[in-house]
Design a binder for this molecule. Structure first.
Ligand code: NAD
Length: 253
């Protein structure tokens, strides 16, 4: 089935300057129909409307807190009723936590894991069976350079641990559902200019941050969105269980 007959679901794709929204646009430009899932229904619909208007695809915005099982079930039901079946899922919804170990409380740890790990599990658990049944699917997780490097500017212990947990989940899932035509990959961005990181890219900290990035600039959301779109192509079916760094070379420092 061509991607023009399928829907790509992108969680957390409402944020105006975010990676998820840019990814939804890039996928739509490649012909995918889009479902934007995000916390706020109005923001999700506004994002979907912009995507539909710009790319001429079908796009829907659904309110879905990925930590809320009933909201995930409702979104999955709405998607199952759509004639364009889900062919791709981008697990992008995430929150960061810069807190250092000696200050972090269990509640913050749990919240970071709830969104980044359990939320990704819940939506994947709801949507992957349909992909397996149809014999085609593309699943991409948003991990982080923090998973490999162990923290850093934006990722404290909880965030780094959660992003590393996603990698294990993605690899195990890739092994299980590879025979069913469903690939599962992770992208690990470095410093990308979005609302999560925006403030740090101003003033005195900026020079210090950029000094750690061999290409000498922060990442653009399109740097990540283009890679995800490549991984979601029908032709990318031999790429699975992989993790791709998108960090301007910061991992070699
Ligand atoms: P962002 O804050 O701009 O966007 C995140 C989106 O997720 C928002 O639209 C938000 O409403 C949504 N969201 C948050 N909690 C949610 C929930 N419970 N249910 C549904 N939606 C929820 O963030 P971003 O910088 O675009 O980051 C996107 C992803 O990329 C995240 O997983 C983040 O950890 C990861 N990442 C970002 C960077 C970076 O430098 N920006 C680096 C590495 C990894």
């Amino acid at each position: 089935m061509p991607v023009t007959d399928l829907t790509a679901v992108v969680t957390g794709a409402a944020s105006r300057r975010g990676i998820g929204r840019a990814t939804a646009h890039a996928l739509a430009a490649a012909g995918w129909n889009i479902a934007v899932l995000d916390l706020d229904e109005a923001a999700a619909k506004e994002s979907a409307d912009e995507i539909a208007a710009r790319h001429g695809v079908h796009a829907v915005g659904l309110a879905c807190d990925v930590t809320d099982e009933s909201a995930v079930a409702a979104a999955a039901d709405a998607l199952a009723a759509d004639p364009r079946p889900v062919g791709a899922l981008v697990n992008n919804a995430g929150i960061t936590s810069p807190t250092r170990f000696l200050d972090v409380e269990a509640a913050e740890w749990d919240r970071v894991f709830a969104v980044n790990v359990r939320g990704a599990f819940s939506i994947t658990r709801a949507l992957a069976p349909g992909m397996v049944e149809r014999g085609f699917g593309r699943i991409v997780f948003l991990s982080s350079v923090s998973a490999e490097r162990g923290g850093g500017v934006f990722g404290g212990v909880a965030y780094s641990a959660a992003k590393a947990a996603q990698l294990g989940f993605a690899r195990a899932l890739a092994r299980e559902i590879g025979p069913n035509g469903v690939t599962v990959n992770s992208v690990a961005p470095g410093l990308i200019d979005t609302d999560i990181t925006g403030g740090a890219l101003e003033g005195e900290r900026k020079a210090a941050l950029l000094a750690g990035i061999p290409v000498g600039r922060s990442g653009r959301v399109s740097d990540v969105a283009d890679l995800i779109t490549y991984l979601c192509r029908a032709e990318s079916g031999y790429i699975t269980g992989a993790t791709y760094d998108v960090n301007g070379g910061s991992h070699i420092h």
